[in-house]
Ligand binder design. Sequence first.
Ligand code: AMP
Ligand code: MG
Length: 499
Amino acid sequence: MHSNPPPSTQIVFDNSYAQLPGQFHARQNPTAVSSPALIKVNERLAHDLNLDVNYLTSPTGVQMLAGNHVPQGSDPIAMAYAGHQFGNWVPQLGDGRAILLGEVLDRDGARVDLQLKGAGRTRYSRNGDGRAWLGPVLREYVVSEAMAALNIPTTRALACVTTGEHVLREEAFPGAVLTRVAQGHIRVGTFEYFAARGDTPSLRILADYAIDRFYPDARDAPAPHLSLLKSVLARQAELIAKWMGVGFIHGVMNTDNMSVVGETIDYGPCAFIDAYHPQTVFSYIDQMGRYAYANQPDMGKWNLTRFASTLLPLVHPDEDAAVDMAQDALDTFRDVFADAWTAIFRAKLGLSMQEDEDPALIQGLLDLMAENQADFTQTFRGLSGLLGSEAIPENNPVRGLFNDPSAFDGWVNMWRVRLARETRSEPDMRSEMRAVNPAYIPRNHRVEKMITAAVDGDFSFFDRLLDVLSRPFDDQPQFASYQTPPKPSEVVQQTFCGT
Ligand code: AMP
Ligand code: MG
């Protein structure tokens, strides 16, 4: 008797990145750990990916999720990439602790990567230990799944395990491994890696691979690689606008953390804004505020400019012509982003028609929120309670979020004048607003509390947080306290680097 599950329940890999030439990656098996234990398998995601939950939770499955067992069909690699970190060029980064097991096709036939994060050293580890500790693994699990529930493109969390080993950071913490699922792990930094080496043949292989896998329409465009640039630019502009719409701060928008498929990737010192201020920063490694909330579109464009410069030799044989074409594309970023941003915030205010004054109305509210330290999520969530024309009740909860409630009243009156030109019924407006203004976001103080409890062996906070955040647009009265911002004593001053 042997305990291997029957073949039908095992993972059916269909690897393509591992087939690329050797300069794209390093073959690397995960490094085994002493005693893996399952924390969680994401059953819904497993189902969508055609993966058997019974296999994943079986002893063999858990060994695989910890990196102790390489499943049949997996061709484990660490991917090569470079990047600009906080504006500084680093010619070689690469997966220093992540190992791509391979690719699978989901129920719709879409290709996704299965990657173990924290699975041991690779050729690209530099001075790192190749490991992750429980805190960042659980943070990434919770926040990436919350983002997915908020309808924001993101890598996903399929599973997490503890390793039974300790990882040394500021102190010794429990080790963990996250199984990450992504449409792809190609970063702007992957392109930079080859461009910096002057390796145009490899760059062309990479660009054509990205087109085939992520942007097949670009294949037939008159200038496919220019089309690739425009497509990535559009996806990133929309993604960043979506972040802004929920008060999300990525925290480390380095070019190695910007995915060309347009998913949010690499959840390190990320966090959601409580009281709104456009210059909010959480990461202690971002002293200059480079990646502050309101800087994200500019930083996105900065990264896309790096991306464009890698593509120049592919865009046109004449360099001046290539630069002109790339610059024209980059010059559209501002408008593409502004359109996406305005559409998102219009919907948050219940506006379906487009009027020229809308951006000013939106900005007016944001400015008031900043001046009055109003909670971002609660303000937008509560707005639908002020539809109609009755006098604004003095005890209206949104009003109470503003240090100067009467300033908010003035804005509400302007908003109502604008709303009067909308043609939808009030109930329709209300339900549409509630479907885009979440009640629940992964508030930083809740995430930190969850991590502290988990390190002490209590995963109930993790389970509850995941449960609450899986339905962010529902009221869930039993979890009302998860809607509220931190008390002054609960405010998390800094999010760790996340490694
Ligand atoms: P990040 O800031 O997490 O995006 O990581 C930046 C680079 O550092 C990537 O190349 C990572 O693979 C690498 N890295 C981060 N943590 C570790 C670690 N503990 N061991 C090895 N490499 C790491
Ligand atoms: Mg990274």
